[in-house]
Design a protein around this ligand. Structure first.
Ligand code: SAM
Length: 267
């Protein structure tokens, strides 16, 4: 990884995820990836998936690629946070190729049939320029006929989850999310929340002091423009709420997440 980017564009996400890593799987224990991928993959299959080579960008602790590995996919994955990648490695050993990498300067790892980037990782990109850098890198990893899929949080998520305090108790940890956004936050805004952990009564394990999560909302029009700018053709846009059932059209208020599917544009 080049050092320049770190100087020009602070690595907020890396700092945040190095801190949250030991608590991430407990905090997201209710996220059901069999359900989510079970809903999303047919939306990709509709466009024809040429093979079973997956690149999972911003893979975190591996939750997004584990079901794919179990279904026989050949998995390559990367994340900006070494601590998150180390946790993924503990789960899969050598069954997946894992790297530490910043998606804003994504290496070419090969030619993939599917490149995906899931669970609002894209929202950690804080400008249109960073979004285009990341999308261009993902495009560069698509093999012939390969498909790209990613999700972003909707405005509704920044007006609710990012504007609320949420306490999750799991695995002996009390995890506290303090949203600093507000219920009227405007499209395209940057929303912040802090995350901290204290051990529950009778449990040991370290406390994690508050660390800031900064995410940017990306409206549909901006994402479509960014896709086009880097030579990607937007094939589908879906929205879904916590039931994970993709619906069209995307509704920034009725849905919690937006999902985009694209492929390399023919030039
Ligand atoms: C909410 S987690 C999702 C992780 C995983 N995809 C999942 O579904 O469980 C977001 C991930 O994005 C990663 N991330 C954020 N910015 C990144 C960047 N610029 N390059 C690579 N990874 C990044 C974080 O380190 C974190 O692991």
């Amino acid at each position: 990884m080049g050092g320049d980017l770190g100087e020009k564009q602070p690595r907020w996400a890396e700092i945040a995820y190095e801190a949250i890593a030991p608590a991430y799987d407990d905090f997201t224990a209710h996220h059901n990836y069999d359900l989510w991928l079970g809903e999303l993959m047919p939306k990709l299959e509709k466009h024809g998936i040429p093979g079973k080579r997956l690149l999972d960008v911003a893979c975190g602790t591996g939750k997004s690629f584990l079901p794919m590995l179990e279904q026989g996919w050949e998995v390559t994955a990367c994340d900006i946070s070494p601590a998150m990648v180390a946790l993924a490695r503990e789960k899969v050993g050598e069954r997946a190729r894992l790297f530490v990498a910043d998606m804003r300067e994504l290496p070419v790892y090969g030619e993939f049939d599917v490149v995906f980037c899931l669970d609002d990782a894209v929202n950690y990109l804080l400008s249109r320029g960073e979004l285009e850098q990341a999308l261009a890198g993902m495009r560069g990893n698509l093999g012939p006929g390969g498909l790209l899929m990613f999700d972003v949080n909707t405005l509704e998520t920044y007006r609710t989850f990012f504007a609320e305090e949420v306490v999750v108790e799991h695995g002996g940890k009390r995890m506290i999310w303090k949203g600093r956004s507000n219920p009227d936050v405007e499209p395209g805004s940057i929303a912040e929340a802090s995350f901290e952990v204290e051990p529950m009564e009778g449990a040991d394990g370290p406390a994690i002091p508050p660390e800031l999560h900064r995410e940017r909302h990306f409206p549909e029009a901006e994402i479509r423009e960014a896709l086009e700018a880097v030579g990607l053709e937007c094939l589908d846009v879906y929205g879904h709420h916590h039931d994970a059932i993709p619906k069209q059209p995307l509704d920034e208020i009725a849905h919690a997440k937006a999902v985009y599917i694209a492929r390399a544009a023919s030039r």
